[in-house]
Write a protein that binds this ligand. Structure first.
Ligand code: SF4
Length: 495
């Protein structure tokens, strides 16, 4: 696979070279300028040579301590202008989102309750929004709030229910921490923590979520820094330092803190994030309609030099390559009928619970075994047979195999892992029914359940498991079509 990607890269490169050799003088000049923008690899950072010179001239280069010096927003007037422009723009342009809804006409006694509701709404939405698009989150958020409208409701939920609700959003640890955090607050007396230091003590709440809750719900004058804020500030101040380095991150927090409006901290923070999400976007910022373009250093540099673009900021950092993992997945379908003649509608699927720690902790999946690397189907079957025997004592003595077929493979991407799953469908009759699965001595260490296809449809499954289930359904459809066609053909020939 690595060989393939290398080939692809070299193909792209030769394409660029081809265009180069046939260009006119004018094209050549443009190309020289473009080349200046082409980033070069330096350590794990792509650094634009042109930006490097800007960095030198603006004295933001590394000092003797090796720390990048980033200038503060020292011009008071400019800060006031930025705040005012951002707040005006936000008042006019903010997106209508369910977690931004405010109660109208409430009396004093209801105010406290409303503030806590808002804090809960911010907490849930901000956790959901980490690594997930707004459009995807809206539906999840609404369903979540219908089921658990307050922190106290959530604290009564089980991990199983929360996982079901979260299924498909990914990063399941966030859901677990959200529930643990809710229980922690309720068990501690139920009073919602209001300040950043108090919030940071709650399970699953980090600097970002603490800043969002404290500023938006409780009006504390504290900053919030996410990817959108980093991008806007990096462009505002034309910052060339590596945004992933801890010292630079600290500087972004400091700068965002200088921008926070003491009267409307929550709105200012949301305005910055909203600007990054809708105007100052990663690849196509709309500088001409930006409310703070006058104060934007990157924009002004881009106007005075053709070799600088606002998208050069912040510095692009190469992500580490994901690990390649391989797994054998066996979808075990248990037919109810002892003779194995009943339809698949009356069959049940075996699901196994993952361990409570680690990747996808406590979530349900089809029986799976992580492989040492790529393996042929014979090896995959062997390791799967060993797993089924060890975990459920399933073998030919207690189950009759109706069919066992390779379904295919699919890729599932986690943040740091690229998992290739080899899927097979094993249809069996259990001699003695499902109870034989639990007869295994250490079966209490592996949680499992058998579930009908009807129930599985409505169950909250992780997207990886859903992918496998859909593959199985498609496979069954195709094979039943082939079977019915061949039967039809046979009947016609007999006639
Ligand atoms: S002027 Fe352009 S680059 Fe600067 S903050 Fe606005 S959209 Fe971003």
């Amino acid at each position: 696979m690595a060989g393939k990607s290398k080939k692809k890269k070299s193909l792209n490169f030769s394409k660029i070279s081809e265009t180069d050799s046939s260009s006119s003088e004018e094209e050549e000049e443009k190309k020289k300028k473009r080349k200046k923008r082409v980033v070069v690899k330096k350590g794990n950072v792509r650094e634009n040579p042109d930006l490097k010179s800007i960095k030198e001239t603006t004295k933001r280069d590394k000092g003797s301590s090796g720390v990048v010096d980033i200038e503060d927003f020292s011009d008071e007037l400019s800060v006031l202008k930025i705040r005012a422009s951002l707040l005006d723009w936000y008042d006019e342009n903010q997106r209508v989102l369910p977690w931004r809804k405010k109660a109208t006409s409430i009396d004093q006694t209801e105010e406290e309750e409303e503030t806590c509701k808002r804090a809960y709404a911010v907490w849930v939405s901000e956790i959901m929004l980490q690594q997930t698009r707004v459009a995807t989150v809206i539906d999840y958020y609404n369903r979540w709030m219908d089921k658990w409208p307050s922190l106290h409701h959530l604290a009564q939920a089980t991990q199983e229910e929360v996982n079901e609700m979260w299924a498909g959003l990914g990063y399941y640890r966030r859901a677990r921490f959200l529930l643990e955090g809710a229980k922690m607050v309720v068990d501690g007396g139920g009073e919602f923590p209001r300040t950043v230091p108090q919030l940071l003590k709650v399970r699953g709440i980090g600097d970002y979520t603490a800043g969002a809750i404290a500023s938006i719900a409780f009006n504390e004058s504290v900053p919030v820094v996410d990817g959108n804020v980093v991008r806007v500030i990096a462009r505002l101040k034309a910052i060339t330092a590596n945004p992933k380095e801890s010292e630079t991150i600290k500087s972004f927090w400091k700068l965002a803190g200088q921008l926070v409006d003491p009267c409307r901290p929550g709105d200012l923070n949301q305005a910055l994030m909203e600007l990054g999400a809708t105007v100052c976007t990663v690849t196509s910022p709309s500088c001409s309609s930006c409310p703070i373009s006058e104060q934007c250093h990157a924009y002004s540099l881009s106007k005075s030099s053709e070799s600088v673009q606002v998208v050069d900021y912040p510095l692009k950092v190469i992500k580490p390559k994901p690990r390649h993992d391989f797994s054998a997945v066996c979808v075990v379908e248990i037919l109810d009928d002892q003779k194995g003649t009943c339809s698949s509608m009356s069959s049940r699927f075996l699901l196994v619970k993952r361990p409570e720690e680690g990747l996808l902790a406590g979530l349900w999946e089809f029986p799976s075994v992580l492989l040492d690397g790529e393996a042929d189907s014979g090896t995959r079957r062997k390791v799967m047979d060993q797993y089924l025997k060890k975990t459920f004592e399933l073998d030919t003595r207690n189950c009759s195999i109706i069919s066992r077929e390779e379904v295919g493979d699919c890729i599932h991407i986690f943040s740091h892992i690229r998992l290739r799953m080899y899927v097979e469908l094993l249809v069996v009759n259990l001699n003695g029914g499902e109870k034989i699965l639990s007869e295994k001595e250490d079966s209490d260490t592996t949680a499992w359940k058998c579930i009908s296809s009807n129930s599985i449809e409505g169950m909250g499954l992780t997207s990886g498991v859903r992918k496998v289930y859909n593959m199985i359904q498609l496979f069954k459809k195709k094979t039943s079509l082939v079977y019915s066609r061949s039967r039809k053909k046979k009947n016609t020939q007999t006639k």
